[in-house]
Design a protein around this ligand. Structure first.
Ligand code: ATP
Ligand code: MG
Length: 445
């Protein structure tokens, strides 16, 4: 019933030829049954890691202490993990020890959800001890065994329940949900790295607005209390129909499923609650919130151990998301110089999504503004106008040849030349810049 890739069948057959059992298991079985393309193919086997390593030519010790060996075939890795029972869980984080077993059912029993606890090979067909098929058909996320116990063993599973619901468009079964509500605070024991993985998967899923479920179940309170504050902050502003948090959820659906875009939308208004002022008419204003928001974004993404590039990109986009210069080539060049051409296209996506998440008030004008902004941006790039210092037709060594001593003064001169080029791109010619440099040098003497 499931078409396993040739390499997966080869690994399974080879293990059987050596007297072991082997099955495709977990996410790949679930996704195949749903007609989705599996991310990767995991194999579970009765063979011990040393036996797997002895059978295949090229293997990598991925997590040998947990029983996982990666088998390499045609430069693709397949994780082969020995049937195991997870021992007592320490502080809701990791099992103290794992025990290998020769019983497939025990291996399936340790898995988180019924839909993730099915195994398949073409000899035995589908092994489904916990009626995962019924839950797949009913679109339900349900724990294997007692939800309360399973979440107590590993608190990350609570986040995973919402993440799978968001990826698959499923509901979380009532008892599973009740157990999450009760045990949500235990998520604080889980490492930032593991939370980050699940957060990114949820945000880049088809249903990123299920961040709301994470909030309602008490999970965001643990790792991103700033989001709870947004959900609880009304806007009272004609540009908005929703609270800060609800607006945020709407914008998530208006950007592509890209990590940086979705994280940026999640955090673009994070500082609004701390930047509120109310005027005589009772309208709220949120002055400078993008600047404060960029700092808060950095703090949050650092806390969740995001890499520097992701963090820097999101901070920059949060900071710039509401900047609305008068559209002149000069202003747009300055914006490009600040933001860079790698990130600028994302800024337009952020601005559009932000607008689409707002009320209808002035929506057409706002979208028209963004379109005009973008067309001027494109013209500047098409004209190859200078928008970064490194594109200047003069550099430090040119200035040194002209007699300027290396040092801060040289940097100042370059900065002043760059300012002039940003104002007037036609100045970006070697000869003209030399003349301008000479003027600056004489004025400095
Ligand atoms: P994805 O498409 O995101 O890779 P997946 O189901 O393969 O989904 P993984 O995190 O790769 O998810 O885990 C592989 C399998 O290992 C799961 O299907 C599940 O059976 C099991 N598993 C993973 N994490 C846990 C956990 N924290 N507790 C119990 N079982 C888990
Ligand atoms: Mg997987």
């Amino acid at each position: 019933r499931i078409d396993l890739p040739q390499n997966v069948n080869f690994i399974i057959d080879t293990l059987y030829e050596h007297g072991f059992e082997a099955y495709a298991v977990g996410g790949c079985v679930r996704d195949s049954l749903l007609g989705r393309v599996p991310q990767d193919w995991d194999i579970t086997t009765s063979a011990k890691p040393a036996q797997v390593k002895a059978i295949f030519d090229h293997t990598i010790d991925t997590g040998i202490q947990h029983g996982t060996v990666t088998v390499m075939l045609e430069h693709v890795g397949y994780e082969v993990t020995t049937y195991r029972i997870d021992g007592e869980y320490e502080d809701a984080r990791h099992p103290k020890e794992v025990t290998f077993t020769s019983n497939l059912k025990l291996d399936l029993e340790r898995r988180d959800f019924t839909i993730n606890a099915m195994a398949y090979n073409h000899r035995a067909g589908l092994v489904d001890e916990f009626d995962g098929i019924a839950d797949l058909k009913a679109h339900v996320i349900r724990c294997v065994g007692c939800a309360h116990d399973r979440f107590s063993e590993d608190a990350l599973r609570m986040f995973r329940a919402v993440r799978f619901a968001a990826q698959l468009g499923f509901d979380i079964e009532a008892q599973t949900k009740a157990a999450i509500k009760e045990l949500a605070p235990a998520l604080s024991k889980v490492s930032a790295e593991r939370i980050q993985v699940e957060l990114v998967k949820l945000l880049t899923s088809d249903h990123p607005q299920m961040m709301r479920d994470l909030y309602e179940l008490g999970l965001t309170a643990v790792f991103m209390p700033e989001f709870d504050v947004m959900m609880q902050t009304p806007q009272h502003n004609k540009h908005h129909m929703y609270s800060v948090g609800e607006h945020t959820l709407h914008t998530l659906e208006h950007v592509r499923a890209d990590k940086i875009l979705r994280l940026t939308m999640l955090l673009h208004d994070v500082a609004k609650p701390v930047c509120i002022t109310t005027d005589e008419e009772g309208q709220n204003h949120f002055k400078k919130h993008p600047v404060v928001g960029a700092d808060m974004t950095r703090k949050i993404l650092r806390r969740l151990k995001f890499d520097n590039r992701t963090t820097d990109c999101c901070c920059k986009l949060v900071k710039e998301h509401d900047d609305r210069p008068a559209i002149t080539e000069r202003n747009v060049r300055r914006a490009i110089s600040r933001i860079g051409t790698e990130l600028f296209p994302l800024l337009f996506e952020v601005k559009r999504a932000d607008t689409l998440g707002q009320s209808m008030y002035k929506r057409a004008e706002k979208l028209e503004y963004i379109a005009e902004y973008e067309s001027v941006y494109r013209k500047i790039l098409a004209d190859h106008q200078c928008v970064s210092k490194k594109e200047m037709k003069i550099n430090g060594s040119d200035l040194i040849k002209m007699g300027v001593e290396p040092g801060p003064k040289l940097g100042d001169i370059l900065d002043r030349l760059y300012e002039q080029v940003l104002d007037d791109p036609s100045l970006n010619e070697a000869q003209k810049l030399k003349e301008l440099a000479n003027k600056i040098i004489t004025s400095l003497i």
